[in-house]
Design a binder for this molecule. Structure first.
Ligand SMILES: Cc1cc2nc3c(=O)[nH]c(=O)nc-3n(C[C@H](O)[C@H](O)[C@H](O)COP(=O)(O)OP(=O)(O)OC[C@H]3O[C@@H](n4cnc5c(N)ncnc54)[C@H](O)[C@@H]3O)c2cc1C
Ligand code: FES
Length: 252
C-alpha cells in the first residue's frame, strides 16, 4: 500500500473542554477513503514523528479530529489556527467491521470516545453508545452522538453526571441483547469489556492504543501480543494490523 501525505485546510477549531480540541480538516479525497475506527498521522510543526489521532467523524469532504493535549506535540497542534494547512497521512489502520442491521453496543472511555461518533452513526437506531468519563467537566460529544444513534448512556467515575460508576455497569444490563460490541478507551476498561463479552458470548472488537513512531508498520514500535490458534503468542502491529482487533485475539 502506498501512503500519501496530504495537506488539509483547518476549517474550524473548537475547544470542547479545558484540554480537548475539535478540529475540522478539509480534504475531499482522504475523507472519501476514511472508514470508522481508522486514524490519521498528523505532522506537528517542528516535530519529526507524527502523532496518531483517530477519525472522530467524516461529513462530506470534512474529516473531524478530536484530541487531548497530552504533551508537546498535541500542545503545538492545539495552537494552529483556522486557515492553516495541516499535513496528514490517512486513512491508516483497519477500522471497525460494522453491520448496520446488528444491535451493536459502542463503548468509549475518556479520549476513546471520539472514534465512537463516526462508528456508531453507521448503525443508527441499532446503536447503543455507552460513554464513560472521569467527571462532568470531561464529558464530550454527547449531542453529536445522541442525534444519530438509538440510545446514549453516560457514566462518570464520580457521579457528577449520568450514571455513577464505570461503563461496565450499564453494559452488564444490556449485553445479552447485543449482537456486537465495539470499544475504545483505556486498556483496563477494554480488558474488562473483553472478559464480559467472552462470558456472555458476544463478539467484541477493541481499538488499542500504543505509542507510535512511523504509523505504517515500518518500525516495530507499536507491537501487541496476540494469540495463535494453538494458544501461543506472537506480535502484531497496532498501526498496520489494528488499531482494531477481535478482543479474543489479544493476549491481555
Ligand atoms: C491509533 C491511535 C489513535 C489515537 N487517537 C487519539 C484521539 O482520537 N484523540 C487523542 O487525544 N489522542 C489519541 N491518541 C493518543 C495520541 O496519539 C497521543 O496523545 C499523542 O501522540 C501524544 O503526543 P504528544 O506529543 O502530545 O505527547 P508526548 O508524550 O510528548 O509524545 C512523545 C511521543 O510519543 C508518542 N506518543 C505519546 N503518547 C502516545 C499515545 N498515547 N499513542 C501513540 N503515540 C503516543 C507521540 O506520537 C510522540 O512520538 C491515539 C493514539 C493511537 C495510537
Ligand atoms: S508505529 Fe511503526 S510499526 Fe507501528
Amino acid at each position: 500500500m502506498k501512503y500519501d501525505a496530504q495537506n488539509c485546510v483547518l476549517i474550524s477549531k473548537d475547544k470542547l473542554t479545558k484540554t480537548i480540541y475539535d478540529f475540522r480538516l478539509q480534504n475531499k479525497e482522504l475523507a472519501a477513503l476514511t472508514k470508522p475506527g481508522q486514524f490519521v498521522q498528523v505532522l506537528v510543526p517542528g516535530k519529526t514523528l507524527r502523532r496518531p489521532i483517530s477519525v472522530c467523524d467524516v461529513n462530506g469532504d470534512i474529516i473531524r479530529l478530536v484530541f487531548e493535549v497530552r504533551g508537546e506535540g498535541t500542545e503545538i497542534l492545539s495552537l494552529m489556527k483556522p486557515g492553516d494547512e495541516i499535513n496528514i497521512i490517512a486513512p491508516l489502520g483497519n477500522g471497525f467491521e460494522l453491520d448496520k442491521n446488528k444491535k451493536t453496543i459502542f463503548i468509549g472511555g475518556g479520549i476513546g470516545v471520539p472514534p465512537m461518533l463516526y462508528s456508531a452513526k453507521q448503525c443508527g437506531e441499532n446503536a447503543t453508545v455507552i460513554n464513560g468519563f472521569r467527571n462532568k467537566d470531561a464529558v464530550i460529544l454527547s449531542e453529536d452522538i445522541s442525534s444519530c444513534v438509538g440510545n446514549l448512556i453516560i457514566t462518570t467515575d464520580d457521579g457528577s453526571y449520568g450514571i455513577h460508576g464505570f461503563v461496565t455497569q450499564p453494559l452488564l444490563e444490556l449485553i445479552d441483547s447485543a449482537e456486537m460490541i465495539c470499544a475504545c478507551g483505556p486498556t483496563p476498561m477494554l480488558k474488562n469489556i473483553s472478559a464480559m463479552a467472552k462470558e456472555h458470548n458476544v463478539p467484541c472488537q477493541v481499538s488499542l492504543e500504543q505509542r507510535m513512531a512511523c504509523g505504517i508498520g515500518a518500525c516495530l514500535g507499536c507491537a501487541v501480543a496476540v494469540y495463535r490458534g494453538d494458544g501461543s503468542t506472537f506480535y502484531k502491529h497496532v498501526c498496520k494490523d489494528g488499531p482494531v482487533f477481535n478482543s479474543e485475539e489479544v493476549a491481555w
